[in-house]
Design a protein around this ligand. Structure first.
Ligand code: SF4
Ligand code: SF4
Length: 159
């Protein structure tokens, strides 16, 4: 029997918290996409490739049962969408400024910081670095890396 691909269920958090560069427009981060409805994407069949191809870490891990993050980590449930970039940086896009402080996601984020990953907390109000001791440091975006297209941040104090 063919198994169904993992699905987002009723989650649509990436359609709000992430910046989405579409062919004819750019949806800013932390702004609901005009096509996002309670029933999901209203242009699902014709959604841009960038939307069809995106998988947050929770969704990506559902493909391998031995690595699958628990259902409580689904972004709409835990309030944080995790994206891992190629450098191993954890990009935590928060539904609300304090979403990252809630369990179970807080313990996971802190564990990643303690294992040496850069953990960046993005919300509508601030960009923060989560340190291994649980404290945070404000960050300032200074541009986009022309090669990786990743945003580049520096500690606010050193800006
Ligand atoms: S945040 Fe993840 S689980 Fe939620 S809709 Fe986007 S890709 Fe799917
Ligand atoms: S076009 Fe659809 S899938 Fe893409 S961000 Fe908007 S609502 Fe989400």
């Amino acid at each position: 029997m063919m198994s169904l691909p993992p699905s987002c269920g009723s989650c649509t958090l990436c359609c709000t918290v992430m910046k989405v560069t579409m062919p004819s427009s750019v949806k800013p981060a932390h702004t609901a996409c005009e096509h996002c409805t309670l029933a999901g994407c209203s242009i699902y069949a014709d959604r841009p490739d960038v939307c069809a191809e995106f998988q947050c870490l929770w969704l990506a891990t559902q493909q391998a049962p031995q690595f699958a993050m628990p259902s409580s980590f689904r972004p709409d449930r835990c309030g944080v969408l995790i994206d891992l970039n190629a450098a191993g940086t954890v990009l935590a896009h928060c539904a609300f400024p304090s979403s990252w402080k809630r369990q179970p996601i807080h313990g996971w984020l802190l564990g990643m910081a303690q294992r040496g990953h850069n953990v960046l907390l993005h919300s509508a109000h601030a960009d923060l670095l989560l340190k291994a001791d649980g404290s945070t440091q404000p960050l300032r975006c200074i541009g986009v890396d022309p090669v990786t297209k990743n945003r580049v941040y520096v500690p606010e104090a050193a800006a």
